[in-house]
Design a protein around this ligand. Structure first.
Ligand code: DAH
Length: 338
């Protein structure tokens, strides 16, 4: 049985020779071989530890302590050597080739709704309409009162509108672009012939066909002798320009407080199975005399018509989009198709 001195000597020799070997292991492969030899599961430290059980009780404690110290010393030395050695992969990576062509910055494009608004403004400009704008934050005067929508009308229910708290009684997000009709008539000389596109807000529950925010295109024409025939022709011509020359349009009698008579506009959409389906695009009609009165235009001399159509509806039909939410999710994979 070796004496304690001899055992101590053995452990010290192991430590010193391990350090010498480590100093020579300068590349990652050599370092790994060293680790296996000394710290591995069948390495020298493991063997030294295994001797513990052969030793007499009296030397076991001392031996175990020293062996542990050696083990820790070698572990530390190994970690140090490893962090100082450059990994093989990086070491052998070729230098950057500065002659390669650069990466092209990706240029985005406008959103399909913006593109459509531009297209609609274009089509109506060609028909002699000016483009008008109006604020999205409105008051009840422009959103309802001047549009002949009485206080009891369900469209004025506070639960169906976004009123803005802390800004006074009647500040709201506009629920329709018809507000722009009022603003334009307040500010312009007659005749007026304008088209206006923009966002509108209603607290609808979001699903595949509804959103709390969507876009409308509004048209307004006021002059002497303006008739319903002009309205029908303009809307039909517009639908042909946007959807293609074969599109069929129909006008259904309806009611809006700000037009009399009023109609709803549908287009006939050809389904993939060959069948036809009427899709409602929005409303239109002859501007109600009360609306002209509200903006000091004499309804005895002037007549006008107006329409308001849903832009998402048109976009979804034209581009075969089935879920309105995809238009607002900003998923590049979806948007870059258009
Ligand atoms: N503002 C109406 C809506 O949001 C649509 C509309 C109907 C607009 C008739 C008009 C119109 O200009 O004449 O439901």
């Amino acid at each position: 049985m070796p004496t304690w001195d001899e055992l101590q000597q053995e452990l010290q020799t192991l430590r010193d020779s391990a350090r010498d070997q480590l100093a020579k292991a300068t590349d990652p492969d050599a370092l790994e071989r060293w680790r296996i030899d000394y710290l591995g599961s069948k390495g020298a430290i493991k063997d030294a530890m295994a001797r513990l059980k052969e030793l007499p009780r009296e030397t076991r404690g001392q031996y175990g302590k020293l062996a542990n110290e050696v083990k820790n010393t070698l572990n530390e030395a190994y970690e140090q050597a490893r962090s100082a050695t450059v990994p093989a992969a990086t070491a052998s990576t070729p230098a950057e080739d500065v002659t390669l062509p650069g990466r092209k910055p990706r240029v985005g494009h406008t959103h399909i709704i913006t593109q459509t608004i531009q297209e609609l403004c274009d089509i109506f400009s060609r028909m002699g309409f000016e483009v008008a704008y109006g604020p999205e934050v409105e008051d009840e005067q422009h959103n309802f009162i001047d549009l002949n929508i009485p206080a009891w009308h369900p469209a004025r229910d506070p639960l169906d509108n976004f009123f803005i708290a802390g800004c006074g009684e009647d500040v709201m997000l506009r629920s329709q672009t018809s507000t722009i009709q009022i603003r334009v008539m307040e500010d312009s000389d007659l005749p007026v012939r304008v088209v206006a596109c923009g966002r509108v807000y209603r607290p609808d529950t979001v699903d595949a066909t509804h959103s709390f925010m969507f876009h409308q295109v509004e048209g307004l024409y006021v002059d002497e002798g303006v008739s319903m025939a002009d309205l029908k022709t303009t809307v039909e011509q517009f639908c042909k320009a946007y959807f293609g020359p074969d599109v069929a349009t129909r006008f259904r009698p309806s009611f809006f407080p700000f037009t009399e008579p009023s109609a709803e506009v549908d287009i006939l959409f050809h389904m993939p199975d060959g069948s036809g389906k009427w899709i409602e695009l929005g409303g239109c009609g002859m501007v109600d005399p009360n609306v002209l009165d509200a903006v000091n235009i004499d309804p005895e001399t002037y007549t006008g018509w107006a329409f308001g159509l849903g832009i998402e509806r048109m976009v979804m039909r034209k581009h075969n989009i089935h879920d309105i939410r995809t238009l607002y999710e900003s998923d590049i994979r979806f948007l870059q198709q258009f």
